[in-house]
Design a protein around this ligand. Structure first.
Ligand SMILES: Cc1ncc(C[n+]2csc(CCOP(=O)(O)OP(=O)(O)O)c2C)c(N)n1
Length: 549
């Protein structure tokens, strides 16, 4: 092989990353990835380097970027200490069907496994958490393995893919012709015509049909077609947990969101439907959550007289948790094409209006005790923000207020972990801001949730990002406090003594204010919206506030 036809492993890595269309490399530099980072910077300076403060924050940002861009984002972690910090965030990317590629720089092949820093069997560690783990054994394999990782992350049910790269490969040489020209075309599953005929018959006779939407892999244009479809068929539409942005929440056909905090009336509507068509929805624990909470009644258990049609890109998700009468492996785009061939059936004349009326009652009710009314906070926040604003949220009782009272109007405007991972909101907001510079982003967090990855305020400042953070401070793990009260009549270890959030944010260089009563909220919000950069509003509440009453 001619020396000038060859590139080092590090150069091959950098060339492949560039050809696959990655625009950003998110990382915390360290042993194992130093050669890759250096080659990216020197060979392809157009790729932006974003330095994070915790690897989980980095992966949350990458998974938010991946979802917002509709193609995988790239992040890199150094050997075992960096890699193992990513575990919950990788699991969250998997629950959220978020496309990303995490490259882990492993010790050299001769060294691996010899001491804690050179790492254990990282493939074995990550395999249960992610869509796929690929390990590179030779420099020749490197470009193809990265390409395969990109495709695995982007195709079918999207998700996180880990690539483990031994450090010594960076110095070996491989042929430059191994580098792909660009991202590979994504393989697509198709439509089964006999099944479509069956579906048409069921739709024709359904009296109370309902469309459920979820998942990733939709395009912004699909959303207009979904509105047109709901209108054409005359069906109500609900979204899976934290996918409310897939359908305009103000639309006359919108019936609400499944999952934690579900409106009991929506639960009843889904149970009383005689045909449910679930598109791209995972029918696991979260989306079948009942109003009674954990251990309560489940949605969509097989019911006599109700037909369930499940369309999902992954055969693994079909017939997994409940029995569907028709289960087809279809990606959202193909499912949409199939549904667009349907004709309206004999739907009850007031079915859509009944579902919609219940939704309106739900969002117009609910009480917040104390001097600062969170219902008003989230309703007026909606009025002040543009429809395009992206809102990110983690886990806690505070999130229920956002989900119930903040009307999502535009596509890709909500990012929230389906794993229930606390700490997600701020790093995800960073990812969303990196993915679409100029698009407004607001992160909402509880005091507990915020502090799990508050270190990423430094990253946001360093990148000069425009972010607004709302910290709902009820001085404790409120959701858990409420569960403890319900289960045991007392609380243990769930009260929190917090720092002065305003002073803390200011120490990072952010603008910050504290609000303790409803009348002060809008003036504070308006002051913050008039400014740019990193801004934080602490919403200070009595410890008694958790979910809407
Ligand atoms: C990483 C992680 N650890 C623990 C939990 C369990 N958990 C769920 S909600 C919650 C409390 C959240 O507290 P906070 O962010 O202050 O919100 P609040 O419930 O008070 O509104 C905890 C500890 C979790 N979901 N994620």
């Amino acid at each position: 092989m001619e020396e000038n036809d060859t590139r080092t492993g590090a150069q091959l890595f950098a060339d492949t990353v560039q050809r696959l269309g990655f625009t950003h490399a998110l990382h915390i530099a360290g042993e194992g990835i130093l050669e890759m980072i250096d080659a990216l910077a020197t060979e392809h300076p157009g790729i932006a380097h974003i330095a994070f403060r915790h690897e989980a924050g980095m992966v949350y940002a990458a998974q938010a970027m991946g979802q917002q861009q509709g193609r995988p984002a790239l992040c890199l972690a150094a050997r075992a200490p960096g890699a193992l910090n990513t575990a919950l965030a990788l699991h969250t990317a998997d629950t959220d069907a978020a496309p990303l590629v995490l490259v882990i720089g492993q010790a050299s092949q001769t060294q691996a496994g010899q001491d804690p820093l050179s790492g254990s069997d990282l493939g074995a560690v990550f395999r249960p958490l992610v869509k796929e783990v690929l390990e590179v054994a030779s420099v020749e394999q490197l470009p193809m393995t990265l390409t395969r990782a990109w495709h695995a992350a982007a195709s079918g049910r999207q998700g996180p893919v880990v690539v483990v790269v031994p450090e010594n490969l960076m110095h070996l040489r491989g042929n430059s012709s191994l580098v792909p020209d660009g991202p590979p075309p994504v393989a697509r599953a198709g439509i089964a015509l006999p099944a479509l005929r069956t579906l048409k018959q069921w739709v024709a006779s359904a009296r109370r049909p309902l469309l459920l939407l979820g998942g990733t892999g939709w395009s912004d244009g699909d959303r207009d077609r979904l509105h047109a479809l709901a209108h054409h068929l005359g069906w109500p539409v609900a979204c899976s947990y934290r996918r409310g942005h897939l359908f305009d929440n103000a639309h006359a056909h919108y019936a609400g969101e499944l999952g934690i905090g579900i409106d009991p009336a929506l639960f009843d509507a889904v149970e009383s439907a005689d045909l449910v068509v679930a598109v791209n929805v995972r029918l696991g624990e979260l989306n079948t959550f009942g109003p009674g909470g954990f251990g309560g009644r489940r949605l969509l258990a097989p019911i006599k007289g109700r037909r369930l049609v499940h369309l999902h890109p992954s055969t693994h998700e079909l017939q997994r948790t409940t029995v569907a009468d028709l289960a087809l492996a279809l990606e959202p785009a193909a499912a949409l094409v199939a549904l667009e061939t349907l004709e309206p059936g004999s739907t009850e004349s007031d079915w859509v209006a009944r579902c919609r009326a219940a939704r309106v009652v739900w969002t117009d009710s609910g009480h917040c005790p104390g001097p600062l009314d969170l219902r008003q906070v989230f309703q007026t926040l909606r009025e002040r923000l543009t429809d395009e604003t992206v809102v990110t949220v983690g886990a806690g009782a505070y999130a229920v207020w956002l989900h119930r009272y903040f009307t999502l109007r535009a596509p890709r405007t909500l990012l929230g972990p389906k794993s229930g991972a606390m700490g997600y909101g701020l790093p995800a907001a960073i990812g969303a801001a990196l993915a679409e510079p100029g698009r407004p982003v607001v992160a909402v967090a509880g005091d507990g949730c915020f502090m799990m990855h508050a270190e990423e305020m430094a990253t946001a400042m360093q990148q000069g990002l425009d972010l607004l953070l709302l910290v709902v401070n009820n001085q404790g793990y409120g959701a858990i406090r409420a569960s403890q009260q319900r289960l045991f009549g007392r609380t243990v270890g769930t009260d929190l003594q917090n720092p002065d959030f305003v002073g803390w944010a200011q120490a990072f260089g952010a603008h910050a204010e504290r609000v303790t009563k409803t009348d002060d909220w809008l003036p504070a919000l308006d002051r913050m919206l008039a400014m740019s950069g990193l801004r934080l509003i602490e919403l200070q509440l009595p410890p008694t506030v958790a979910k809407p009453l």
